[in-house]
Structure formats: C-alpha cells, structure tokens
Write a protein that binds this ligand. Structure first.
Ligand SMILES: C[S@@+](CC[C@H](N)C(=O)[O-])C[C@H]1O[C@@H](n2cnc3c(N)ncnc32)[C@H](O)[C@@H]1O
Length: 273
C-alpha cells in the first residue's frame, strides 16, 4: 500500500523513521521554537503537582518541559501512535533526568485509554493539523480532563508561512502546493479558537506567536528540503527547479538576508462542570 505523503500520519512505516526523531529533536533545540514552547506552556498555566497528558508526544520534547514544570509530585503521560517515537521519548526522558515523572504509551488520540477526568490538563502541540479527525481527538482530550481542568492546543498554520525568495511564484507553488496536499488541515492553527469554543470549553484564550528564522537553522533547512522533495514527488516542480530553489535560499543565508516566519496559534480553555 502506498504511504500517505504526510510522514507524521505513519512514522513507523517510513523508510527511515529515525530521520523524524532527529528532526523533532532539532526543532526542539531551535531557539525560536524553545521560546514558542515556553510561551505556550506558561500561557496554559500548568501547575506543579499536576497530572498532564500530551497527545501526539513525538520524541517527548514537550513532555520533558512539562516534567520540569509539574515537578516530582506531578506526572506527565505522552501518547503517540509511533512505537519508534515512544521508545526514543522514553530514552530521552531518562537522559534528560525526568524519567521518574514522565511516561510514554503507544496509542491513538482518537481512542485514549484513560478514564474520564483522569488529568488536570490535556495538551496537543503541532498535532491536529496532521490528523484527519481532529475533532475526535479534541473530544477525547476533553473527556479525560477533570472538570475545571485545562485543554490546550497549539498548531502552526501553513497559510501564514512567509519566505523571502526572489522567485515568488515558484515559492508559492512549492510551499502552498505541498502543504495543501500533505496536511489534513494546513490552516488548522487559525481554526482552533472557534473550535474549542464550539466544543463547550469555558474561558477560551488565544495567543498567537511567530516562529522567526533569519539564519536558516538546521530544522528550517530540513523542513524546506522536505518541502522541495515533496514538491518533486507530487509533480509540482521539476528536480532541477527544486534544487535551484534551495540553493538560492542557502545563498541568501550566506549573504545574511534569509527570512522565514510562521504563525503558531495557542488556544487554551477550561472544561466546565
Ligand atoms: C509534528 S509531531 C509533534 C510532536 C510533539 N508534540 C512535538 O511538538 O515535538 C506530530 C505527532 O503527532 C502524532 N500523531 C499523528 N496522528 C496521531 C493521532 N491520531 N493521535 C495521536 N498522535 C498522533 C505523530 O506520530 C507525531 O508524533
């Protein structure tokens, strides 16, 4: 069976899943991403001693931060459908000294194996845009959160990806063309505020943040390389065109004129009752 073009739908079936372990960890270490994550977790107001669930925990970047916030009296559970990610996340949590309070399980966000109200907070970070039935995941997150607890989501919105490149038409064909074809909802970020309100959460708040890169950081570079690869595979551009597009970006970075920005929408609400 042919693979869906979004690798995050089936990491374990990719030819080299370890590539995505490296990519998520590289993103986690990127300065502007660290700032985005810290802002979102402060905005979510997670407290020491809480039990927190992260759906779509990947290699555990957010869970490790959460482990430090909830402290030794709290507990964090990460759920992810990828066995490769769950194993990497367990190993990395131990290496980072939070293995005692952060645990990872293989599972699907649409069918969480936890009882109603089991958590003080349930979060999903850069997950929903990959998921065809995002509403089912959100409903599950609400179910497993206690009344008065927090449900929080943060997604980037690829309709806001701005990249300075002299060939604007080609840039649009690659960036918009690929995002529209691979993501369940490339514009998920901007929809989250309305969605959480419609699902009945109270005191829903939105905080919009911007990922900004002026240096062509390793994570940005690998993301743009994957976009170019996808654009060729999807027949949107030719191989030479894609290669030249990337070379121009690298030349811009060497000349100190590289600019890429991307909006991240963080939305947090309180479960009523
Ligand atoms: C871009 S990664 C984000 C990982 C992590 N939250 C972070 O920010 O580092 C998206 C994650 O969503 C997971 N995912 C995809 N479909 C899912 C589903 N139905 N339920 C839960 N997680 C899912 C993927 O396996 C992947 O780990």
């Amino acid at each position: 069976m042919s693979l869906h073009p979004d690798p995050y739908r089936a990491i374990d079936r990719q030819p080299d899943p370890s590539r995505y372990v490296k990519s998520l960890e590289a993103r986690g270490e990127t300065r502007s991403q660290t700032r985005l994550r810290e802002h979102f977790l402060r905005f979510a107001r997670v407290k020491p001693g809480w039990r927190v669930l992260e759906v779509g925990s990947g290699t555990g970047v957010i869970c490790r931060d959460l482990g430090r916030i909830v402290g030794p009296r709290g507990a964090v559970v990460g759920v992810d459908p990828s066995r490769v990610f769950v194993e990497a996340a367990r190993r990395l949590a131990r290496t980072h000294g939070v293995g005692d309070r952060v645990r990872f399980v293989v599972g699907d966000g649409e069918r969480l194996r936890f009882r109603e109200g089991a958590f003080d907070a349930a979060l999903a970070v850069t997950v929903l845009l990959h998921v065809p039935r995002a509403l089912a995941v959100l409903r599950e997150m609400i179910r497993v959160t206690r009344p008065g607890g927090i449900v929080g989501v943060q997604d980037q919105d690829f309709g806001t990806l701005a990249l300075d490149h002299p060939d604007r038409a080609l840039t649009r064909r690659i960036l918009d063309g690929v995002a529209m074809k691979i993501y369940a909802d490339p514009w998920s970020g901007r929809t989250l505020f309305g969605t959480l309100r419609r699902l009945g959460l109270r005191r829903v708040r939105l905080s919009t943040d911007v990922y900004q890169d002026t240096r062509l950081e390793p994570w940005t570079k690998s993301m743009l390389e994957r976009r170019a690869e996808h654009a060729v595979a999807l027949g949107l551009v030719g191989e030479r065109q894609a290669r030249r597009w990337l070379e121009t970006l690298e030349a811009q970075a060497r000349a100190g004129s590289f600019v890429l920005t991307l909006n991240f929408y963080g939305v947090v609400g309180v479960k009523p009752g």
